[in-house]
Design a protein around this ligand. Structure first.
Ligand SMILES: Cc1cc2nc3c(=O)[nH]c(=O)nc-3n(C[C@H](O)[C@H](O)[C@H](O)COP(=O)(O)OP(=O)(O)OC[C@H]3O[C@@H](n4cnc5c(N)ncnc54)[C@H](O)[C@@H]3O)c2cc1C
Length: 373
């Protein structure tokens, strides 16, 4: 069977690797517009347990990946200069480029054919097409997938910095133009992700809509000077964007299927886009494991298994993204502890009871001090 995969991100590479290992007789071709050693962004973070599925389905990959990750047992919220730690809420992180290079190497070893540096405007002829080509997927275009999109209004930009942070931290800061939040964590010994987000009105008042990349970085370095310890922000194709919430009514059309961000986006505040891309890849490979070369049967099995899980998580991620859309008002309303509690319960899936079991030290503070309004 000839399989054409568009996109060598986490979804496309992991699917190709697993499928090629399972079926060495298949011709699997991956087409990627970027050169082999380039990608956007910096590190990505996984919540505790988010990689358990990889441990179950590909224990060798799980062991090799986790050995390359930075991990920590808590999350921190900084507001009005006060830091609140939420225990029991652990995360691990890895550089996006490091992750992709690792998967490319394994794909090469397995015999996957990879072509880099060429953008395709439509998928090539093949027995089966995998659209793993991200948010702006060309596989999705004009095939009746029925995408549904919603743009969030906040602005965000994905920077890196050599400043090392103890753990995944949300830092809220205010200046004369408005309010900002940074999502930051280290993903290697010497580098951290630093995503800056603000509401559209703040962004315009600050003049960020008219700034060059260097001016924008200098401005954000000023806002977060107390947190950056004199380290600069660095760019990697970093532009201010609005987040796109995307879903598709149909997951497959003819012999083509969407996986990863091409299928649906997951707001970065729940740290799950890469995890979901991995889970899609594993589920699709497993579906072919059961269906052999029967493409319609495999696609039906894939959707049957994945859709309920994805829809549940999508609802949580959307609730989380709406919380960010109202963060300026929440910053004014709550002190650090109150904001941390409000944040931890934002998706509607975390009750006080559950938090008491997971984060007893944090909840002891909340119960004695009370989330103050
Ligand atoms: C600011 C930000 C922070 C994030 N942080 C996290 C995080 O902490 N944890 C997490 O799990 N996720 C995070 N994500 C989400 C994560 O980056 C995505 O969910 C994940 O990359 C999806 O993987 P993918 O393989 O589906 O798509 P992508 O990683 O987008 O890969 C798609 C690939 O397809 C290629 N491509 C696209 N079109 C074509 C074409 N026409 N021809 C050839 N090649 C093409 C692209 O170059 C790209 O390499 C974050 C996202 C953002 C924006």
């Amino acid at each position: 069977m000839h399989v054409a995969v568009l996109g060598a991100g986490p979804a496309g590479l992991l699917f190709s690797l697993l499928a090629q290992r399972r079926r060495p007789d298949w011709r699997i071709e991956v087409h990627e517009q970027n050169p082999a050693g380039a990608t956007f962004g910096f590190g990505v973070v996984f919540s505790q347990g988010a990689l358990a599925f990889l441990e179950r389905d590909a224990p060798d990959l799980h062991a090799e990946l986790t050995a390359r990750m930075e991990s920590w047992p808590m999350q921190r919220i900084v507001h009005r200069g006060v830091a609140v730690d939420v225990d029991g809420n652990g995360f691990s992180a890895i550089g996006r480029l490091q992750l992709i290079l690792f998967l490319q190497e394994r794909c090469r070893d397995a015999g996957v054919q990879m072509q880099f540096g060429q953008r395709l405007e439509s998928p090539p002829q093949a027995d089966f097409v995998v659209g793993a080509d991200g948010l702006n997927s060309v596989v999705r275009q004009g095939r009746g997938f029925e995408p549904q999109v919603e743009w969030l209004s906040n602005k965000f930009v994905w920077y890196g910095t050599a400043q090392r942070f103890d753990c995944l931290t949300l830092t809220f800061r205010e200046n004369q133009h408005g309010v900002f939040v940074a999502h930051h964590y280290r993903y290697s010994r010497g580098m951290s992700t630093f995503i800056v987000e603000c509401d559209a009105a703040t962004w315009q008042r600050a003049g960020l809509d008219r700034m060059t990349d260097a001016e924008s970085r200098a401005y954000c370095e000023g806002v977060f000077a107390p947190d950056l310890g004199g380290q600069a922000l660095v760019s990697n194709k970093s532009v201010w964007r609005q987040f796109l919430l995307l879903q598709n009514r149909r997951w497959s059309a003819g012999n083509a299927v969407l996986i990863g961000d091409a299928l649906r986006s997951m707001h970065f505040s729940i740290g799950s886009g890469t995890r979901l891309a991995f889970e899609d890849a594993i589920a699709l490979d497993r579906a072919f494991g059961e269906a052999g070369e029967d493409v319609p049967r495999a696609l039906a099995a894939f959707e049957r298994e994945r859709r309920p899980v994805v829809e549940k998580l999508y609802a949580a991620a959307s609730a989380s993204s709406y919380w960010y859309e109202s963060f300026p008002e929440r910053m004014r309303r709550f002190d650090a502890l109150g904001l941390a509690y409000d944040y931890m319960t934002r998706s509607g899936r975390m009750s006080a009871e559950r938090l008491r079991a997971i984060a007893p030290r944090f909840m002891a503070q909340v119960d004695t001090g009370g989330p103050s309004a």
